[in-house]
Design a protein around this ligand. Structure first.
Ligand code: MG
Length: 222
């Protein structure tokens, strides 16, 4: 049992996922041509709408079934797995993780599929940065029991760019968790996502974590 576990989201918290998406769109257009590439992203959105999950393996599976060119799927796969995710880590993410590690246990808490999302976290250098403490769930806000079992602690903090994640984690864990909203990426500034109660703390970017010590992250206990 540790005193404090800090749960760190990946997409648009530690990694600039909006830019990753733009970069992947450009690369897939180059590899597939515009028509096939736009069909790939249509399927990607379809899978996301159906399963509430970004799922590249399932997207590739469905895309492969309708793709007439037999080499096409291996080119998509090669492109996705060769993508330089480490270049899209926000400049202050690694120092923020080191800062957290000086007084707490940093744990990555991400949503996604178990194959590609985990690969992406590893390829970005983030798995190594948190000493291998990586959790990936379909719905992290519904997985608090498992999170607490795997990383038992007196208190938790969560750093995430989505307001509804903070609200759901707070509802599930109450005073045992401090929520930290990081205002980065497409969701952070979308008014449609601001109907939820405010997080305990708000930072403009992941670098804002450097100014927060254990007393801040434990603030909601007071
Ligand atoms: Mg996120």
């Amino acid at each position: 049992m540790t005193d404090l576990v800090v749960l760190l989201d990946v997409d648009n918290t530690l990694l600039d996922n909006d830019l990753v998406r733009t970069g992947l769109e450009q690369e897939l257009s180059g590899v597939l041509g515009r028509g096939q590439a736009s069909r790939f992203w249509e399927i990607y959105e379809q899978v996301r709408a159906e399963t509430d999950l970004v799922n590249f393996p399932e997207t590739m599976e469905r895309f492969g079934q309708e793709c007439p060119d037999t080499g096409c799927l291996s080119r998509v796969s090669a492109t996705l797995y060769a993508f330089p995710f480490d270049r899209y880590v926000f400049p202050e993410s690694l120092s923020a993780i080191r800062h957290v590690a000086s007084f707490a246990t940093p744990v990555i808490l991400s949503d996604g599929d178990q194959l590609f999302q985990r690969y992406k976290i590893r390829a970005a250098g983030l798995e190594e940065a948190v000493g291998g403490n990586v959790l990936v769930y379909v719905h992290k806000e519904q997985s608090t029991g498992d999170i607490c079992k795997r990383f038992p602690a007196t208190h938790y903090a969560i750093v995430d760019d989505k307001t509804w994640i903070h609200a759901a984690m707070k509802a599930a864990m109450g005073e045992q968790i401090t929520t930290v909203m990081v205002c980065q990426g497409q969701y952070a500034h979308d008014p449609a996502h601001h109907s939820f109660p405010e997080a305990d703390l708000t930072i403009e970017g992941i670098g804002g974590l450097l100014a927060l010590g254990p007393e801040w992250l434990n603030a909601s206990r007071a």
